[in-house]
Design a protein around this ligand. Structure first.
Ligand SMILES: C[S@@+](CC[C@H](N)C(=O)[O-])C[C@H]1O[C@@H](n2cnc3c(N)ncnc32)[C@H](O)[C@@H]1O
Length: 246
């Protein structure tokens, strides 16, 4: 049963930083923060799906005022416990629709979190909501995977995306609906625990169309935060759409 914290409830929040430890490494975080700080300039940054502050905290440490929209009070509480956590503004709500006072020079949603919106309607609404919060000339940055369907043989529905002594990850596809459920089997205190979460995947071109519907245009698309070229073999993309400066 899903409660008001969504899929990132107390149990998930308690283990989030440990489970995603590799993503907290400076080698992963710093290039993302570099790009976001540059786009923020002297303005403010809005994070969608703030989580426990993996990106927001180091971005704020660079002097960028950061505000986040986050559904899960449990995740936001973990952020608050950290040094500097009380300097990040938090709005508890759904980032497809929640509103925040003021405007931002950059808004961003990382680590596949745009896919947590499981309908096209919600994803389109999210682009519209972001555009409404951006200053003219402001940017929306999305870090998200490229759907892995080239690795899914016809007739199969599941793909193992991680296999280690402590974690097995299996994606279960519903291709007709662009849906997938990620199943995480994680070793906790000597027993494997299962956490499953639904996602909606979208191709880069569909996201471009959502941006266009929100009157934004593609400015950059890289395969990573070091601005590596995006190619046919890229497994993820970092895309930057711009709200025209009138
Ligand atoms: C994978 S975590 C990413 C957290 C953080 N951005 C990071 O990179 O570590 C996804 C976060 O988005 C939040 N989230 C998911 N759907 C949301 C929604 N519709 N509105 C607001 N927050 C949402 C979850 O509660 C969770 O904290």
């Amino acid at each position: 049963m899903m409660g008001e914290d969504g899929y990132f409830d107390e149990r998930v929040a308690a283990r989030y930083d440990e489970s995603a430890a590799e993503l907290f490494e400076p080698a992963v975080v710093d290039p993302a923060v570099d790009v976001l700080a540059e786009l923020a300039g002297s303005g403010r940054a809005l994070e969608l799906g703030l989580g426990t502050g993996r990106i927001a905290l180091p971005l704020a440490q660079r002097g960028v005022p950061v505000h986040g929209i986050e559904l899960s009070k449990a995740m936001a509480a973990k952020l608050r416990e950290k040094p500097g956590g009380d300097e990040i503004g938090v709005t508890i709500g759904d980032f497809a629709t929640a509103t925040v006072d003021g405007t931002f020079s950059v808004a961003y949603v990382v680590f596949n979190t745009i896919m947590n919106l499981t309908t096209q309607t919600a994803q389109v609404a999210c682009f519209g909501n972001v555009a409404a919060h951006l200053e003219p000339g402001g940017c929306f940055v999305v870090e998200v995977l490229v759907p892995d369907l080239r690795r899914l043989p016809p007739g199969d529905t599941s793909r193992v995306f991680d296999a280690s002594d402590t974690h097995w990850g299996i994606d279960e596809y519903d291709v007709a609906n662009q849906g997938l459920v990620s199943h995480h089997f994680e070793l906790v205190d000597g027993r494997f625990e299962l956490v499953s979460m639904p996602f909606r995947y979208a191709w880069p071109a569909e996201l471009d169309l959502m941006a266009e519907l929100a009157a934004m245009r593609l400015r950059d698309r890289w395969s990573g935060w070091q601005r590596e070229p995006f190619t046919s073999e890229s497994r993820q993309h970092v895309s930057v759409w711009e709200k025209p400066s009138v």
